[in-house]
Design a protein around this ligand. Structure first.
Ligand SMILES: *[C@@H]1O[C@H](CO)[C@@H](O)[C@H](O)[C@H]1NC(C)=O
Ligand SMILES: *[C@@H]1O[C@H](CO)[C@@H](O)[C@H](O)[C@H]1NC(C)=O
Length: 343
């Protein structure tokens, strides 16, 4: 019998020789972006942010040492004070008002307050002996992936592993699309953000926050694609899974009658092609390198763990306070964007 694609994918994941998978609850949801628009309060669009509580409007890499400035983290790994963030999803009702779509805890992390799942993958399907080592990110390392202005598949393709999964159930992992699901998804919409895995070995950041990193020259991280000579240092694959709980918004009678889908990113993208993710590294000492050298699959001896209660207890009051919940007439900061964009 021909195995289903879902079965193949599940097998592939189980065969990773090195993989950190951890839940991270919500630190806050607000309009700041210390990587792309440091100092701007509010930043152009709304984000959901997780990780260490030294998160701030400005995080100067020369002076802002995340592990020493943080007193807690929302991530399961107690030594991880990094910050991770993505945009936020909104539902647009027929009457033109918007409602923020809340996030759901992943399977196995029931009770986690919002947030997302973070992966660091090191070994690969075909590399069970870990001959191909990964080098952990260095203090001060930051990166961004995606193009918030992408409105077509062509524009989104360079960011080849930013995708959506329409969840039939919480464990659905296939297929993935580059655009928003076009039909109601019974268990929610999962946003998958896989960062590039090759580094130039020198620059901790770059003006567009992407030039210092690269996807493999050919293929993917999963298929053992080689890093280009300009970016020869192999990083772990950082991946986010963000599950948006679209269940309350799945009534076909509430969807546009022209057959389009009603979800919109907090930066006014109704296509989904503009999805993006941000990362500011902040693991304590060499904790990340130790874990990825172990190597281990989810249960890592060298990873200091905290409970879901401890993760949830780490929160940070938003510095930019505005009305983001309930039915709102405009997505925060987006009045012009939505008016200009054909729905
Ligand atoms: C954010 O930075 C400002 C200025 O350095 C500082 O006063 C404030 O305490 C910081 N906030 C947090 C939550 O760390
Ligand atoms: C707009 O539509 C939503 C969803 O049907 C509804 O809950 C809300 O009350 C409506 N708002 C207005 C101002 O009619």
């Amino acid at each position: 019998m021909r195995p289903t694609a879902t079965a193949i994918l599940a097998l592939a994941v189980q065969s990773y020789a090195g993989l950190i998978r951890m839940g991270c609850s919500q630190l806050n949801i607000q309009r700041i972006d210390p990587l792309v628009t440091p100092g701007a309060a509010p930043s152009p669009h709304l984000h959901q942010l997780i990780g260490g509580n030294s998160l701030n409007i400005t995080m100067n890499p020369a002076t802002h040492d995340l592990p020493s400035l943080s007193t807690c983290t929302t991530c399961q790994a107690a030594d991880d004070f990094s910050n991770y963030w993505t945009a936020v999803l909104y539902f647009r009702a027929r009457n033109g008002t918007f409602h923020r779509v809340p996030q759901l805890a992943p399977l196995g992390f029931e009770g986690q307050a919002g947030g997302m799942t973070v992966y660091y993958m090191t070994g690969q399907l075909a590399d069970l002996e870990q001959t191909n080592k990964a080098t952990a990110f260095k203090p001060g390392f930051r990166m961004f992936v995606g193009d918030i202005n992408a409105k077509t598949l062509e524009a989104a393709l360079p960011y080849r592993q930013l995708t959506y999964t329409c969840l039939e159930e919480m464990s659905t992992r296939w297929p993935e699309t580059k655009y928003f699901p076009t039909k109601p998804c019974p268990a929610g919409i999962m946003v998958n953000v896989r960062f590039p895995t090759c580094w130039d070995g020198v620059n901790l950041d770059s003006p567009n926050h992407m030039d210092h990193i690269s996807y493999p020259e050919s293929g993917t991280f999963e298929s053992q694609g080689p890093c280009p000579s300009t970016h020869s240092v192999r990083l772990p694959q950082l991946m986010y899974e963000v599950i948006f709980d679209t269940k309350p918004f799945n009534n076909p009678a509430d969807w546009p009658d022209d057959g389009s889908q009603p979800f919109v990113w907090s930066f006014s993208d109704t296509t989904g092609y503009g999805t993006h993710g941000d990362y500011v590294f902040g693991w304590k000492d060499d904790a990340l390198q130790q874990i990825i050298d172990e190597p281990c699959y989810v249960n890592c001896q060298t990873m200091k763990m905290q409970s879901i209660e401890q993760m949830n207890a780490c929160t940070l009051e938003p510095q930019v306070v505005e009305d983001i919940d309930g039915w709102v007439n405009e997505i925060p900061g987006q009045s012009m964007g939505m008016r200009m964009q054909k729905h």
